[in-house]
Design a protein around this ligand. Structure first.
Ligand SMILES: [Zn+2]
Length: 302
């Protein structure tokens, strides 16, 4: 039975088809949500994989009807454009605006899956005072809108930029409870002033093997995100990881995740050349679009 398409999905499909005619990544321009915390219904609710091939009807012994012709494989651009439809994506904007004034709440130790760590931290800030949490939130809201426009169901680990936390344990749990197809934590780094570039932090195997199942798919997610960030004009970190990838065992958000997850340290806020663009909305929008393209690629290949 062919999937039923809602009016919204028809719009998405029409746009996807337009992409066959030249928009390349399938990235759409529409931004249609009123609230970043909104969770929308999947566009293609009957397709959990995002595939475009309808389910095959059950066959019976007495059926003499000719078998229906197999549906053509989706064109790459269409597959990319529909890769997010109906999928659950968790966005984890690092830190929170209220963390600065609640050091005791965020400073308590929690089990990060491989030791103990603070519940949450304030994040870094640029020398001029522009805060990492503000950057993270702005990119997250933009990515949320882009994902919803592609038919994804989006779960946010926090609903504003003025609250406290949540703890790193809860940030992981939110993605797990949602059975996310992918989770992405958005950060910026406070690295050496001479260093620049992005680093994608990926889970490395931890004692006990709690993250064993997500090590490989999280790396695939990172490998899908890296070229998208490079196309947006960013470059792999000059000081963290290798070729933009940095395996970690000390991050609760990764250790405790049971769904593919990465942290993206978009740039170094302590480096003047790296940080200046971060304060521009157009740069943050470009980062969000790069993350969208990477997520599309990851799911289309999955
Ligand atoms: Zn951070």
């Amino acid at each position: 039975m062919a999937p039923r398409l809602s009016a919204v999905s028809l719009v998405s499909l029409a746009c996807a088809l337009e992409c066959l005619c030249g928009c390349g990544t399938g990235t759409q321009q529409r931004r249609s949500i009123a609230s970043p915390s909104a969770i929308v219904r999947p566009v293609l609710a009957e397709q959990s994989t995002g595939a475009t091939v309808p389910a095959t009807p059950a066959t019976t012994k007495s059926s003499l009807a000719p078998a229906p012709a197999p549906a053509p494989a989706p064109a790459p651009a269409l597959a990319l454009a529909l890769a997010l439809a109906g999928r659950v994506i968790t966005i984890d904007p690092g830190h929170n605006g209220g963390n600065f004034t609640h050091p005791q709440e965020i400073g308590r130790l929690v089990n990060d899956g491989n030791g103990e760590k603070e519940c949450d931290t304030t994040g870094t800030a640029a020398p001029d005072g522009y805060r990492e949490t503000d950057f993270n939130w702005s990119v997250a809201v933009r990515l949320h809108a882009l994902l919803v426009a592609q038919g994804a169901r989006v779960v946010m680990t926090r609903q504003s930029n003025t609250g406290i936390g949540p703890c790193i344990t809860e940030r992981a749990a939110i993605g797990n409870r949602a059975h996310s197809a992918a989770a992405i934590s958005i950060h910026a780094d406070g690295g050496p002033t001479s260093g620049s570039g992005f680093a994608i932090l990926i889970p490395a195997p931890i004692p006990g093997g709690g993250d064993q199942a997500i090590v490989a798919p999280s790396r695939r997610l990172a490998l899908a995100l890296r070229p998208a960030l490079e196309r947006a004009g960013l470059h792999p970190s000059t000081y963290d990881g290798v070729d933009g990838l940095a395996p970690r065992t000390d991050l609760g958000g990764l250790n405790l995740s049971r769904v593919p997850k990465v942290f993206v340290e978009v740039a170094n806020m302590q480096n003047r050349a790296d940080e200046a663009p971060m304060e521009r909305a157009s740069f943050r929008e470009g980062v969000a679009r790069a993350l969208l393209a990477g997520l599309e690629r990851f799911l289309a290949n999955g």
